[in-house]
Structures are given as structure tokens and as C-alpha cells.
Write a protein that binds this ligand. Structure first.
Ligand code: G6P
Length: 608
């Protein structure tokens, strides 16, 4: 959601903080701010708008300080204005706080503090933290922060500095990620390792309700109840290249083009060709336990929810285990039925989506085995679950998820294979699936080589304001995902539908101004989808079809056709989504949109 970066050490803090903020901007980008401790005291700058705007304001000002905290915001409480931007300060402007998350009891805390004479200036929940810390501050910033946080309900990742402590950043977390980066005579604080990876790959992930005191020489961690904690330093394997654009104009395009290699990484070491199955050791389940699964629930949000739906088709089709897919935000507040044989899988790229995390906790409370399919190693969902599978897609910076989606599907295919091979699937059929999976990365590469054709189609359609995406069977969720990509980054209204359901409503919208993107592959419903295409054409609708190579029938029936290579029917989503990702990208570019930072969205949603 929002991003935090903090620095304390021998170098000038401001350039390090600004660079860190730029790397974090994908997490939230409607306002930004910075606070440093100069000899003259606490100085700060904050503004609505992107980090580049903050940078302009700061340019020319002489900041010598070796300590500071900074923030890039995705507004929850209070509009994105200069006043509401972080840092927030206490009454005397000597304490500065940056915060990710939501303080749920901020109204009552604010009332109490106002009665005590504290003067508030913003509409944010965060500002109560600055005043609350001030209220308890008697020369020990860590202690004051600890006491303040003990009164807070909600979620937070925070960094705090105070004029009297020119060498100290206090950091704490509960529900919003925070890491400490270890350097040489310097240390860092960040909500996300990408902000500090340029300087260090040695990090300590704070756990919930932990408070850290960070100085240039050392850091120490306690719980909020002041029990000492031994820090566990981890080495991050991500490289700087992975979080940079590598010659591409946007992270999203880079990530789309990374898919041949990210898909290989998702499968690496996991294919058991001899026995026609897969190895997913991270599930931490014995053969017997896997065999006893009689129902699966997949819970997720956004793009990960679409991957979950594809998982449902895959697993029900191949292993005959019933699967339910549920939005995490719904699952957490229902009374889901969880039996002994139910396993709940949380699917999340970031591993920190609040609704998905809450669904995991609810599933565990009800006695389910909860497993994760995550990208970010060591993320909250990965740690909260009993086991799981990492998708190993590397850092995904583009707000619209692309490579994580295909890697999630690859992992779900492996899961389906494992479960199916324990049941009715023969070794031969298992081997066929593995051989099809192995071809997928190069087939994705073939599709990517035809990017210019997609760009040409986009050039003819980018002025349209409504789109329909249709697919059937396992490609119905692909239609949903294609529509989501388009609306997320180009702000064109797009709806995904099962092709045959079109006649029950959306057909009323079809005319020459409402193009339809139809996934019409040579599968068991091919002829039925062709009939749907006829229905669109009969109403003067334009059709862009995604079809199977070698299909000579479709060309005359549609306005444009993009061919994808043949693969097994269950694996087609891994290929059919690629042209749809590219189509969304090019349409957004033609419309002049900022694809990496689409309006109102954020990469990880760490609030409800
Ligand atoms: C946000 C992002 C989406 C993402 C969703 C779930 O809404 O903008 O791209 O699909 O969160 O995120 P997760 O990290 O849990 O997969």
C-alpha cells in the first residue's frame, strides 16, 4: 500500500530516501514526504503528487543530515493533499511519524488527545500516533512509541524520529510489513526490501508487535511488552537488475516479457518426469495427508483470484477433488464450512494482502490446514500458513499483475498433477502433461515475438470506451483477467463473461462501438464459441479472437485473429492470457496512461 523508507548512518540521508521512495512508488503514489534531523532541528517536506514532485521541491535545499524517514502514500483516511501527506508531526514539531496501515480506533484516541490540548492539523488516522508518542515521551523515544502502540487498534508499519535523538529511528510493525536493513555503520528501515536492496541484502523482518531501535551502529528489537527479541538476519536473493526496468519502457512490459523465464523458475526442480508427477515439498504434507484431502478452498483477491479460478478448473478436471473459490474479503466474514479433509489455499503474489491474510487466520481458527501460494519469500501469508509453494516469479513491480499470474497458474497445474496422480490419472497421462508444461516457456516466447501485431490491433481500438471479454471453460477466468488488465491500466470499461452467458444480458450492449475479445480455442466448446461469435457479428460487433494455430475456419468469421500455439486444453490459460496482457498494455500506452502506476490502485492492499 504505502511505502516507508528510513536511513541512519554516515551518508547524506536525503538522496538515499528519495531513491528508496522511487522504488517504492508502485505501492502508493498519491503523495510523498520526508523528514530529517538537521542541526537546527526537525525539518520536513511533504506534498500531494508523486515522488518526482517532492524531489523538485527539495531540489536546491541543503540537507546534510544522516538520518531521515520518508513515505509515499495511498490515501485511506483523508484526501491526498499536502496536509494529509506523511510525515505527521506532534504539537511541538519535534517528533515525525510515517505510517502504513490503518489505526482503527483513531477517532477515540484523537478525542482524548484533543481534550488534553493536542492540536491536530490533518484528517488522517496517522496523526494520532505522533501526538500519542508525544504524550508519553520523556527522553526515551522507543519507550514512548511502545506505550503509544499498546493503545492502538488496527495495523501499522511505522518509522519515527525525534529531534532529541539525532541517531535513532524507532520502527514497529503490526500487520504491515517492515524490514530493517543492515549496513556498515549505517542501517535502514523499509516497508519493502526493494527500497534498500541497492545498499544491502542483509535484512531482518520485524514480526507483529515488535519494536526496533535503529542507530548507525546497531539495532535492537523488543516486543511491544518490552521482551527482548534476538534478530534473525536473512540474506535477500533478489538482485538489483530484477527491480529495475532493464531497457524496457515500463515494469509491466518487462514483466510480461520475463514470463518465459519466470515460468521456467516456477517449474524448476519440481517436475518428476519418471513418475509423471510433480514435487511440491513445501506443502509440508505427507502422502497420506495429501491423499485424504476431499475438498479444497482457494481464497484470494484480484488477479490471484482469477488464477484460483483456473486452479478450480484444473484440479476438478484432473483430480476430481471438489474446489471452491472465494474472494478472501468474503471468506473472512462468512461462516465457511471447513471439515477435517478441507485444505484452504491462500493465493497471493505479495503475501501481504490484508483480506487474504485474514482469510488464512479464519481458516486456521476453524481447524483447516492453511497453505499458501505466494511470490514474496518470507511474506506474512507465507509465514502464517502451514506450508505452501513459492512461485519464484521474482519481484513484480508493475501494479497490474502479469508474470505472477502465469506463475501462479503453473504452480496450480503442478498441484493438480500431484493430486491427480494420487488418484485416477495414469503415469502416461502425467508424463504427457509434463511434456506439455515443459514446452510452455518457449511457446510464450513465440507469442511475445508477435507483440507488434497486438500493438497494431490496439492502435485501431484504443479510442473505444467499452469492451467485452468472452471465454469458456478454463478460459472463462482468462477472459475475466483480460478485462481486469484493460480496466486497471487504460481505464476502459471492460467486462469478462462466459461466452454463452452473453445472451443473458451483455448482448444488449453489442453494437459497432462495443468490441469483443473472444478466446476461441480448438477445445471441447470451440463450436459453441463460434456460435457466440456469429451472434456478435450479426449485431455489427467487432471481434478480436484468440485462436489456436492451424485453425483455418475462424479467420473469415472475425475482424482480427491472434493465433497461439497448441497445448493441452488445461494449460491453454498460460498462453491465451499473454496476448491479452499485451493488448491492455498497448491500449493504455496509446491512451497516454501511466501503466506502472495506474490511478487509484496500489500493488499490495494492506487495508481492508
Ligand atoms: C491489488 C493489486 C492486484 C492484485 C491484488 C491481490 O489489488 O492491484 O494486482 O491482484 O491486489 O494481490 P496479491 O498480492 O494478494 O496477489
Amino acid at each position: 500500500m504505502c511505502g516507508i523508507v528510513g536511513y541512519v548512518g554516515k551518508r547524506k540521508a536525503v538522496p538515499i530516501l528519495l531513491e528508496g521512495l522511487k522504488r517504492l512508488e508502485y505501492r502508493g503514489y498519491d503523495s510523498a514526504g520526508i523528514a530529517v534531523l538537521e542541526r537546527g532541528g526537525l525539518l520536513f517536506e511533504k506534498t500531494a503528487g508523486k515522488v518526482a514532485f517532492l524531489e523538485k521541491i527539495i531540489k536546491g535545499k541543503k540537507f546534510e543530515s544522516g538520518i531521515g524517514i520518508a513515505h509515499t502514500r495511498w490515501a485511506t483516511h483523508g484526501e491526498p493533499t499536502d496536509i494529509n501527506a506523511h510525515p505527521h508531526l506532534d504539537c511541538k514539531s519535534q517528533i515525525a511519524v510515517v505510517h502504513n496501515g490503518i489505526i482503527e480506533n483513531y477517532r477515540s484516541l484523537r478525542e482524548v488527545l484533543e481534550r488534553k490540548g493536542h492540536k491536530f492539523t490533518s484528517d488522517t488516522d496517522t496523526e494520532v500516533l505522533a501526538h500519542l508518542i508525544e504524550e508519553y515521551y520523556e527522553k526515551d523515544l522507543t519507550e514512548a512509541t511502545r506505550i503509544a502502540l499498546s493503545q492502538v487498534e488496527g495495523t501499522y508499519g511505522i518509522a519515527v524520529i525525534c529531534e532529541d535523538n539525532p541517531d535513532l529511528i524507532v520502527a514497529a510493525r503490526h500487520g504491515s510489513p517492515l524490514v530493517i536493513g543492515r549496513g556498515e555503520k549505517e542501517n535502514f528501515v523499509a516497508s519493502d526490501v526493494s527500497a534498500i536492496l541497492r545498499h544491502t541484502n542483509q535484512v531482518v523482518y520485524l514480526e507483529d508487535k515488535e519494536v526496533a531501535s535503529v542507530t548507525p551502529e546497531r539495532f535492537s528489537i523488543t516486543t511491544i511488552d518490552n521482551v527482548e527479541v534476538t534478530p534473525h538476519v536473512q540474506e535477500i536473493s533478489w538482485t538489483l537488475d530484477q527491480i529495475e526496468k532493464g531497457g524496457f519502457p515500463h515494469f509491466m512490459l518487462k514483466e510480461i516479457f520475463e514470463q518465459p523465464s519466470t515460468l521456467k523458475n516456477a517449474m524448476r526442480g519440481r517436475l518428476n518426469e519418471k513418475e509423471g508427477t510433480a514435487r511440491l515439498n513445501g506443502l509440508n504434507l505427507q502422502y497420506e495427508e495429501l491423499h485424504q484431502i476431499d475438498r479444497l478452498i482457494f481464497t484470494a483477491c484480484g488477479t490471484s483470484w482469477h488464477a484460483a479460478m483456473i486452479g478450480e478448473y484444473l484440479i476438478e478436471d484432473l483430480s476430481q477433488i471438489p474446489v471452491e473459490v472465494e474472494y478472501a474479503s468474503e471468506f473472512r466474514y462468512r461462516s465457511p464450512i471447513v471439515n477435517d479433509g478441507t485444505v484452504v489455499f491462500a493465493i497471493s503474489q505479495s503475501g501481504e494482502t490484508t483480506d487474504t491474510l485474514a482469510a488464512v487466520k479464519e481458516a486456521k481458527r476453524k481447524g483447516a490446514t492453511a497453505l499458501g501460494i505466494c511470490n514474496v519469500v518470507g511474506s506474512q501469508i507465507a509465514r502464517e500458513t502451514d506450508g505452501g509453494v513459492y512461485i519464484h516469479a521474482g519481484p513484480e513491480i508493475g501494479v497490474a499483475s502479469t508474470k505472477a499470474f502465469t506463475s501462479q497458474i503453473a504452480v496450480l497445474s503442478l498441484l493438480a498433477l500431484v493430486l491427480a496422480r494420487m488418484r485416477a490419472m495414469s503415469v502416461e497421462r502425467g508424463k504427457e502433461m509434463i511434456s506439455a508444461l515443459k514446452k510452455i516457456p518457449s511457446q510464450v516466447d513465440e507469442i511475445l515475438k508477435k507483440d507488434s501485431y497486438i500493438k497494431k490491433i490496439a492502435s485501431q481500438y484504443f479510442k473505444k470506451n467499452n469492451f467485452l471479454y468472452l471465454g469458456r471453460g478454463i478460459n472463462f477466468p482468462v477472459a475475466l483477467e483480460g478485462a481486469l488488465k484493460l480496466k486497471e491500466i487504460s481505464y476502459i470499461h471492460a467486462e469478462g463473461y462466459p461466452a454463452s452467458e452473453m445472451k443473458h444480458g451483455p448482448i444488449a450492449l453489442i453494437d459497432e462501438n462495443m468490441p469483443a475479445v473472444v478466446i476461441a480455442l480448438k477445445d471441447n466448446v470451440y463450436n459453441k464459441v463460434l456460435s457466440n461469435i456469429e451472434e456478435i457479428k450479426a449485431r455489427k460487433g467487432k471481434v478480436i479472437a484468440i485462436a489456436t494455430e492451424g485453425d483455418s475456419q475462424i479467420e473469415d468469421k472475425v475482424d482480427h485473429v491472434f493465433f497461439i500455439p497448441q497445448t493441452s486444453q488445461q494449460l491453454t490459460p498460460l498462453l491465451s492470457i499473454i496476448p491479452l496482457q499485451l493488448l491492455a498494455y498497448h491500449m493504455a500506452i496509446f491512451r497516454g496512461c501511466d501503466v506502472d502506476q495506474p490511478r487509484n490502485l496500489a500493488k499490495s492492499v494492506t487495508v481492508e
